[in-house]
Design a protein around this ligand. Structure first.
Ligand code: ADP
Ligand code: TRP
Length: 322
């Protein structure tokens, strides 16, 4: 059975791009695989430096995953920093990672271009991510397209380690869900918390309705046929949250003419709200029971750590540290 692993950084609240791009595929995979999912709190340190915020986001994301269907009986679920061996492996890998490889990382280039002050952590981020993946003998990494390069880098680093020190690490593959590879945001660009164009999974009702109603459309009248209906942003989002028949009905009506943008956005909001309603109820139930959530993360950490200890033992021996 392939081992599946993915992580989400607690640097904000989760949006529907995270849900359709990363969480849902991961949750679907937990039944058929050996699933390892974690909250990447060490990674969040490259994005935010507020202790209370980090704690709150970490707790929030734990609730989000459990509410959306992560089943601790099927998947190992833990907090990255509860298995600090990952930092040790980061060092071993870092000494084999060429500067050029890190300099080519899109996410580093994008973040520094946006004005984030470059530091060692941000630069070394792909090495920590490689350690996350390699520490647990991962075969498959389900992620959104933006993370594909990081998984490629992980493969390069694992191959280099194995060539240098002998066959030690499992070389993983990424898995990108094609239909939802990039969920567009409110402005049509990739939905991302760093672009401020998100629809939260568990957003406030009024605020989310307002966001959706403010989606910018063109100035064609409701009656005009719209032959490019499939490119409409509300239609693209509707396809994610509405039953397929409802979404294709709206698309047909828009194409033929007769469906106004206001009504379309209203329908999008209703379907969004209904889609997440059962998860919202589950989340409220879990939030009332913080002891349970903490226990899930602790149990997960103990299981993850048992795997990590074996890999670290192999890696230390391979490179002569033992
Ligand atoms: P953000 O861009 O909001 O900071 P992250 O980089 O924390 O999101 O992404 C967490 C996970 O969600 C990753 O696997 C990423 O590929 C996926 N993801 C994020 N945004 C999208 C999107 N718009 N479409 C599809 N997947 C996404
Ligand atoms: N870098 C990923 C992101 O921002 C999160 C992450 C950290 C991750 N370690 C990972 C994803 C290992 C997959 C595997 O989305």
């Amino acid at each position: 059975m392939p081992r599946i692993l993915t992580g989400i950084t607690p640097s904000g609240t989760l949006h529907i791009g995270n849900y359709f791009g990363a969480m849902r595929p991961a949750i679907e995979l937990q039944a058929g695989g050996d699933a390892y999912y974690f909250i990447a709190d060490y990674h969040s340190m490259t994005a935010l430096a507020d202790a209370a915020e980090r704690r709150a986001y970490t707790r929030g994301i734990a609730l989000d995953w459990l509410a959306c269907g992560l089943d601790p009986a099927k998947a190992v679920f833990w907090r990255q920093s509860d298995v600090p061996e990952v930092c040790e492996l980061t060092w071993l890998l870092g000494t084999l990672t060429p500067m050029g490889l890190l300099e080519r990382a899109h996410s580093y280039k994008d973040k520094t271009a946006k004005g984030l002050a470059p530091n060692f952590g941000l630069f070394a981020y792909p090495v920590l991510m490689a350690a996350d993946i390699l520490l647990y003998d991962t075969n498959v990494v389900p992620v959104g397209r933006d993370q594909k390069q990081h998984v490629e880098m992980t493969r390069d680093i694992a191959i280099k380690f194995n060539l240098t020190y002998g066959e030690t690490l499992v070389v993983p593959e990424s898995r990108i869900g094609e239909a939802t590879a990039v969920v567009p945001g409110l402005d049509g660009q990739k939905m991302s918390k760093s672009y401020g164009n998100t629809i939260d999974i568990f957003g406030d009702e009024k605020a989310t309705r307002k966001k959706i109603m403010s989606l910018v459309m063109d100035s064609r009248t409701p009656a005009e046929p719209k032959p490019d209906a499939e490119k409409n942003l509300a239609i693209q989002l509707l396809k994610l949250v509405a039953p397929p028949v409802a979404a294709s009905d709206c698309e047909k009506q828009l194409r033929a003419g007769g469906l106004g943008y206001g009504d379309l956005k209203q329908a999008l909001f209703e379907h969004y709200w209904n889609f997440f309603a059962p998860y919202r109820a589950k989340r409220a139930e879990l939030a009332a029971n913080p002891g349970y959530v903490e226990q899930v993360l602790r149990d997960g950490a103990a299981r993850a750590r048992a795997v990590a200890a074996k890999t670290m033992d192999r890696a230390r021996r391979a490179c002569g540290l033992r």
